[in-house]
Design a protein around this ligand. Sequence first.
Ligand SMILES: [Zn+2]
Length: 397
Amino acid sequence: MRKHFKVFPRISAVLLLLTFCSPGFGAESQQLPPNKTSFNDRLSTAYAYSSRGQSKKAEKIFQDLMRSNPREAIIYDTYVQALQNDEQFDRALQILKQAEQQIPARRENFQAKRVQIEKQKKFSREMTAAPSWDKARIFASSEFVMQTNIPQTYLPVVTQKIRGILKKEQEMLKGILGPSDSMISGMKFIVIGRPHDYLIFMKEKYHDDTGLVAGLYDEQARQMIIYFDGSADWKVIAHEMVHALIRELYYPKPSHFVDEGLAEYVSHKIEKESMKSELLDKLEYSMWLYHQGKFQDVSDLFTVWKKYERPSSFVGQEKTSRQFYLIAWSFNELFIETKDEMIRKFYRGYLAYEQSRSYNDWRSASDYFKAHLSPDQMNKLNKAWTNFLFERTYESI
Ligand SMILES: [Zn+2]
């Protein structure tokens, strides 16, 4: 299914930016700056300039934004990300120091970021002596094949991490979808260590110029492409790995709802520590939507799913994709973790229904929900879902 692959690099890239947009979110709901739209536009424009290599233009906008909004964390986060992509580590460290002074409340986050950037800086120095991509080495084990140009010293860590994620996720999926008749074998991992090599690879192989995305899964070639910078974003890789495992071990054509919902659910559990702040942002966002009257009951699932499948514009897609990931994750987590036997049974039936079909969309899911839940049960599900979102929010604050 070509579509899956074509959409994903874009979505992952969008997610990357959204992750950084999130810290500003709490502030947004309380005190909306007067020209918030133009603020967001300018910030995305600056980021876009920098990913296209026009760093002078980007720098100017970032500096302007920092001058007029010195306490907006999102500017520093986005600027630092742009500098990291550009391998301007010293400049990124400088900006982070500035951010720490301006927003002492977020000092811990900024310091953690500095540690990560120091790692990247070290790795980047070591990569200058590493072989170019056309001389990348290939290793094979019983589970997978790996092609990489990263220095030998990093190999054990990366291999262990991949093995660990594979193993834990297989176990979790077994608990959710049951045992599988298939085995993982022959999957390929392409681990690229130099940003330039990664960008060229993506451009030549996939005509993609989204920028540096931590990981993506190409289901046709059965390969995972990982951009490693000394401290890879394993959250993204854990998410993509679920897409791979569902296809390798369970069903070739899952619906977006189950596919993205499980990818979010499982990766949240596997990379728990590094997902903490992202989870809180997600929940805050869901509460905000809830108070706006946008998330009230199970029919929202189908409304958002429908919009996600047919985005009207790129901006529209960015908005609905964020809502869609949130809604798919929360419903799947509720279905998996609820103690309510009726809801558990319903989910088992729904998964079996999906597995028996070659095509699943929001319409067929909506029909299934209507046909298999009485009005009372539907009510119960709506309540359970709202409670779930509230409980999770209180737990994580
Ligand atoms: Zn995904």
